[in-house]
Design a protein around this ligand. Structure first.
Ligand SMILES: Nc1ncnc2c1ncn2[C@@H]1O[C@H](COP(=O)(O)OP(=O)(O)OP(=O)(O)O)[C@@H](O)[C@H]1O
Ligand SMILES: [Mg+2]
Length: 233
């Protein structure tokens, strides 16, 4: 069994009379420690897939395995503890708590899990130890995203899920954030999945999963991994 497995997963949303098949019979596997990119047009089901894997949404049918757990069978209570103990989520618009400082944002995330990380060291790693007493509004977008990655890692997650983490950033900040994700995948070996609209960055991942109209159209193992430092777009 793979570390992460989607087996014939369907998700249908109903709003009023309208049914949307957000994902339609999706299957793929991800090994422990892999860095995976998910690409595909807008509306193709990428976020739906990541939200299901992050325990924030449930499936209509099919099976989802994460870290030896069949999360597609979990009730709400089990999903809460799964999210708390296993998932680090990085959003496009950072979602930091505005009235808490950088360090307080990290402390809040870390306080909810068993394993304790050295938060000063973590902030140093993302290059923001000198801004630990700043509020999010006192940081640039790129800095806020680096804090949100540190916050996700503060929980020592088994899965790091990033939904368009550079979608709101300029070129240099995007590169820094992706470099950070690349390094944390290497250092901590945390299985990492990144949704991106930018196909040019996919060579830095181990595996590329392409979505189209709710379906997986290709899964490619990347044999010639290129560091984000050596990629230009
Ligand atoms: N909570 C929801 N309720 C109803 N429909 C939804 C919901 N979430 C997603 N959808 C629909 O499911 C489909 C897939 O959406 P999803 O957000 O997964 O796409 P995406 O690939 O992440 O797109 P984007 O690149 O624009 O973020 C879309 O048609 C969307 O409108
Ligand atoms: Mg999306």
């Amino acid at each position: 069994m793979a570390y992460v497995e989607f087996k014939n997963v369907c998700k249908t949303y109903q709003v009023g009379e309208v049914l949307t098949k957000a994902i339609d019979n999706v299957s793929f596997e991800i090994e422990k420690g892999e860095l995976v990119t998910i690409v595909g047009p807008s509306g193709s089901g990428k976020s739906t897939c990541l939200n299901i894997l992050g325990g924030m949404d449930n499936v209509t049918s099919g099976m989802v395995i994460s870290n030896d757990m069949e999360i597609s069978n979990f009730n709400d209570k089990k999903l809460i503890s799964y999210r708390k103990n296993h998932i680090g989520f990085v959003f496009q618009f950072y979602n930091l708590i505005q009235n808490l400082t950088v360090m307080e944002n990290l402390e809040l995330a870390a306080s909810r899990t068993k394993e304790k990380k050295d938060l000063n060291k973590l902030l140093d790693q993302v290059g923001l130890l000198n801004k630990k007493n700043n509020f999010p509004s006192q940081l640039s977008g790129g800095e806020q995203q680096r804090v949100s990655i540190a916050r996700a890692l503060a929980k020592s997650p088994t899965l790091l899920l990033c939904d368009e983490p550079t979608g709101a950033l300029d070129y240099e900040s995007s590169k820094q954030v992706l470099k950070l994700i690349e390094e944390t995948n290497k250092i901590y070996g945390v299985t990492t999945i990144i949704i991106t609209h930018n196909e040019a960055i996919t060579p830095f991942s181990d595996k590329i999963i392409k979505f189209k109209s709710g379906k997986v159209v290709s899964i490619e193992k990347n044999k010639k991994k290129v560091s984000i430092d050596d990629l230009e777009w």
